[in-house]
Design a protein around this ligand. Sequence first.
Ligand SMILES: NC(=O)c1ccc[n+]([C@@H]2O[C@H](COP(=O)([O-])OP(=O)(O)OC[C@H]3O[C@@H](n4cnc5c(N)ncnc54)[C@H](OP(=O)(O)O)[C@@H]3O)[C@@H](O)[C@H]2O)c1
Length: 300
Amino acid sequence: MKLLILGGSGFLSGTLARVALAQGHDVSVVTRGQRPLPAGVKPIMVDRKDKDAFASTISSANQSWDLVADCICFSPEDAEQDITVFAGLTKHLVFVSTDSVYQEHPRPFPVSEAFEQFTQLSYGQNKRKAEEVFINLGQKLNWTILRPGHIYGPGSELGCLPEHSRNPDLLGHLKANKPLRLVGGGHFLQMPVFSEDLARMILDCAGKPSTYGQIFNAPGPDIIPSWRYYEIIAEHLGVELKVEEVMISDLLKREPGRLQFCSHRVYSTEAAKNAGLYRPDTPVEKGLKIHVDAKLKASS
Ligand SMILES: NC(=O)c1ccc[n+]([C@@H]2O[C@H](COP(=O)([O-])OP(=O)(O)OC[C@H]3O[C@@H](n4cnc5c(N)ncnc54)[C@H](OP(=O)(O)O)[C@@H]3O)[C@@H](O)[C@H]2O)c1
């Protein structure tokens, strides 16, 4: 199929480009040209924040696409731009939203897409407002919304919980036998999703009417306490995991915006199953080993 990715050289978007190319698709990517692109993609260079330039660059490409995957939609304005520019140019658009749209407390266990209480934090609120633009759209464009939780894999930093979230020196810290300071002792449950799996899920949406106008949680297959994420990494390095507990109230006093990490992030995938959509299936042990090996290789 002909795929257009908004993004394409970043973590998730770059992974999506590589997986799509490996599946044999024709892949175009929209970026500002600030990072190297995966070999084999067709570049379209424009800043989406420049609305006029974006509209004219896409229109002058004189193309249409089977699927547009927007990996960098963060606001209702971005969503409106997608609709204005791509209605008529694509059969289907997938918007990568986030589990951060959900209200942190209280929430059901597991959280299904039918849970309609939303966060007050700005990142998740803006993603939710972007979702609402698609939801209120009517028939102009077939859309699908995916809500991943923590995404991991080569190309990103390791770490899923404060105070070691996306810590560039996590491996050095563990190798030095230093304890990790984890909020709530790392007991919050998560379902980290391997980036290549999420890419496959995005691609599997393409042209599936059962996914049109639908929102799907997009977690990984395993429910683990966050400390286990770090223990898997420590095991792979052959070191012992030591954890020091950071009080939840202390973290939130310092950084109220980190509330999204202070709840169990456990999500139902029944909706995706019922739609016949691929559900991420790489076991977290396997995916994290791939991620750690990539980090070790990059630093050697
Ligand atoms: N990371 C997570 O754990 C997580 C969890 C849930 C949801 N998400 C969602 O997943 C998505 C992907 O996240 P990511 O962090 O992996 O992003 P990413 O793929 O790194 O996205 C950045 C890409 O977009 C391009 N870009 C950035 N600003 C642009 C602009 N104004 N105009 C055109 N291109 C632009 C960048 O290239 P240039 O710099 O060259 O322009 C780069 O290719 C996001 O929507 C995020 O909300 C992430």
